[in-house]
Design a protein around this ligand. Structure first.
Ligand SMILES: [Zn+2]
Length: 379
């Protein structure tokens, strides 16, 4: 889901990272607090204090986002689910789960853990704010505490909208799942609500843009969040269907058993002319007789200057077999698919030691999936 991210800290064994888009939000939140919110709420503040409060407020807010995601992650771990890590990005945070919850109860507990943490933070900040206002504590403390209970309250309310994949949507999904015992149906219902909610946000964003006085930033922001949610809702449903169709099937079932192979002794020019341009694949296995040596892809070819293509052989640019380009025949098809999406490849070699058994192509997996969907719909 995310490209280059920055590793921030490790908490309870979970890597917390930030997508570059997150830094925009940090800057925006700090600026809004320091230049807009605090000076309006407390007109007596001088500018440096307002900025100090802005920075602290933004940091504490992002700390509460991390704590929210950390609660999801810790609860998920209790149920034996694997978590890739916690990532902060433009719309908040996400605890990236690689597994689906095994039961409705597990899903409910994992989903509710985050909002409960947000409520706790909101309550603590509210108490600090209320006591501090009565006891005339410094404005810096009282002001930041007020922003914290307010932001965390909003965060909790937004998250509890029953639109999948928001927390509230997951809670609803777990309840529907428990009720009817049908995860697919529960996902379809809650992701339809998720899509509709996304569309409603987009409409609201457009309204904000066009109705005078017109709020450019607010409108764009809502519109983007709406697009993101709608997309996420659709993808989650498709992913569930895909998982259902492919999980438990080994790659051996989908591979093409008699793939085009490249002998190691031919030149790179021949590889380009007689293989890449002929078959339109980006990757070919390289063999020496029956023995698999590795593979060669357009990436390695590109690294060699064109005038050397006649002189160099394929053998010189072989990429050894690795988990990036090959799988063993027993691998779960869903796992292979996850690997393809991680590395951006569409073909993997299926290998047994130094023997090439076949090629697994993304295209074939998807074809199988669409056939299965078609027949299931008919049934
Ligand atoms: Zn959450």
């Amino acid at each position: 889901m995310f490209g280059n991210r920055f590793k921030l800290i490790k908490l309870f064994g979970f890597q917390v990272s930030a997508d570059p888009s997150w830094f925009i939000v940090v800057a925006l939140v700090t600026w809004s607090l320091a230049e807009r919110y605090f000076p309006q709420a407390y007109p007596q503040l001088d500018r440096p204090t307002a900025w100090g409060m802005g920075v602290v407020g933004a940091l504490l807010f992002f700390l509460s986002l991390v704590l929210h995601e950390l609660s999801h992650a810790l609860m998920a771990r209790r149920y034996g689910l694997r978590i890739r890590g916690i990532t902060l990005f433009i719309f908040g945070g996400v605890a990236e789960m690689t597994d689906e919850p095994p039961t409705a109860q597990a899903e409910f507990m994992v989903a509710i853990a985050g909002p409960i943490m947000s409520v706790l933070i909101a309550v603590v900040s509210f108490v600090v704010w209320a006591v501090g206002s009565q006891a005339a504590w410094p404005v810096a403390v009282v002001g930041v505490a007020q922003v914290m209970w307010w932001l965390n309250g909003v965060l909790m309310l937004l998250n509890l909208v029953p639109a999948f994949p928001l927390d509230g949507g997951r809670v609803l999904r777990s309840i529907l799942w428990y009720w009817k015992g049908n995860l697919r149906w529960a996902t379809r219902v809650t992701s339809a609500i998720g899509s509709a909610f996304g569309v409603a946000l987009i409409a609201l964003g457009v309204l904000l843009l066009i109705v005078p006085p017109g709020d450019l930033i607010g409108g764009l922001w809502l519109g983007l969040i709406g697009l993101f949610l709608r997309n996420a809702a659709r993808m989650s449903y498709q992913q569930l269907l895909l998982r259902r169709a492919l999980e438990g099937e080994s790659v051996a079932r989908f591979m093409k058993t008699d793939p085009v192979v490249v002998p190691r002794a031919i030149s790179i020019a021949e590889l380009v002319e007689n293989f890449i341009y002929k078959y339109h694949f980006k990757m070919f296995p390289v063999v020496d007789g029956d023995r698999l040596l590795g593979c060669v892809s357009t990436r390695e070819v590109k690294a060699i200057p064109r005038e050397e293509w006649d002189r160099q052989t394929v053998g010189a640019i072989i990429e050894k077999c690795s988990p990036e380009n090959s799988v063993d025949p027993g691998t779960d098809a869903m796992q292979a698919l996850a690997m393809m999406s991680r590395t951006g490849t569409s073909r993997l070699m299926v290998v047994d030691g130094d023997r090439l058994l076949g090629i697994l192509a993304l295209k074939d997996l998807l074809k199988f999936f669409s056939l299965k969907m078609e027949l299931e719909e008919a049934a």
